[in-house]
Design a protein around this ligand. Structure first.
Ligand code: SAM
Length: 240
């Protein structure tokens, strides 16, 4: 039936597409996507020739209007290059406007890098705060970390390999003693999730420059830092 279908797609492993996503991508009138080449490849892999329309939230009103008019009459899917649409990806304005017009909106759950990273990290997950990408500029980056320093939750950020070292340096300076986790290339062949102090991780990634996509996570304040756990164990062994 007509409406907007928000469809999550894999973040690296094509096996992670859901059966419902496959069905909807085949049946919709059009698929709105960030990059027609990226989504074209996915549809080709699935063997479908569904019509593609480029969309992002900075698109002109005209483009959005055309999509909204289409989804009032037909089913239309929204996907992003990878993972769940709207999460550090386009779609917010489209969903808001579709809802305002009484167009049916359905969301098909699937992969999301933040959740995959959190579940792998071993960091507390009873509360977490996803904060998207840290700013590029040093001062703005430190201000954001400072603003979030007292939030009693694991903090989750999206990062890129070239900026990882600067981000870890800022964490060491603004949030000293916190345990940090770096999830890299999640669901892909070279997936890894490394934890330690920011200093440990800087030392590691200086020797092994990171490649690929990264989720950066920071333990809440007051969690026993990794170093302290080791010290406690050593003391107990010493006293026994
Ligand atoms: N909407 C996507 C989602 O649901 O995860 C996120 C899109 S955002 C533009 C892209 C960022 O997500 C990357 O820079 C990286 O931080 C993170 N990311 C995406 N895929 C990843 C993966 N396979 N491993 C680690 N991080 C990933």
């Amino acid at each position: 039936s007509p409406g907007l279908y928000i469809v999550a797609t894999p973040i690296g492993n094509l096996g992670d597409i859901t059966r419902r996503a496959v069905e909807v991508l085949q049946q919709v009138e059009a698929v709105a996507c960030e990059d027609t080449r990226v989504t074209g490849k996915l549809l080709h892999h699935l063997g479908f020739k569904t019509r593609l329309m480029r969309y992002d939230d900075h698109a002109g009103e005209g483009d959005r209007e055309r999509l909204l008019a289409l989804m009032a009459e037909h089913p239309v899917a929204l996907v992003s290059d990878a993972g769940t649409p709207l999460i550090s990806d386009p779609g917010y304005r489209l969903v808001r406007e579709a809802r305002a017009r009484g167009i049916a909106v359905t969301s098909l759950p699937g992969p999301n890098a933040a959740v995959v990273g959190l579940t792998l990290s071993g960091l507390p997950n009873d509360r977490f705060l996803f904060a998207g990408f840290l700013p590029n500029k040093a001062k703005a980056r430190e201000d954001v970390l400072d603003e979030l320093s007292r939030v009693p939750a694991t903090l989750i950020f999206y990062e890129t390999a070239p900026r990882l070292e600067a981000a870890l340096g800022a964490i060491a300076a603004v949030l000293p003693g916190r345990e940090v986790a770096v999830g890299r290339e999640l669901t892909k062949k070279f997936e890894e999730c490394r934890t330690g102090t920011p200093e440990d991780l800087i030392a590691h990634f200086t020797l092994h420059p990171p490649k690929g996509e990264i989720v950066l996570m920071i333990a809440p304040p007051g969690e026993t830092p990794v170093d302290a756990i080791d010290v406690e164990a050593l003391l107990r062994a010493e006293l026994a």
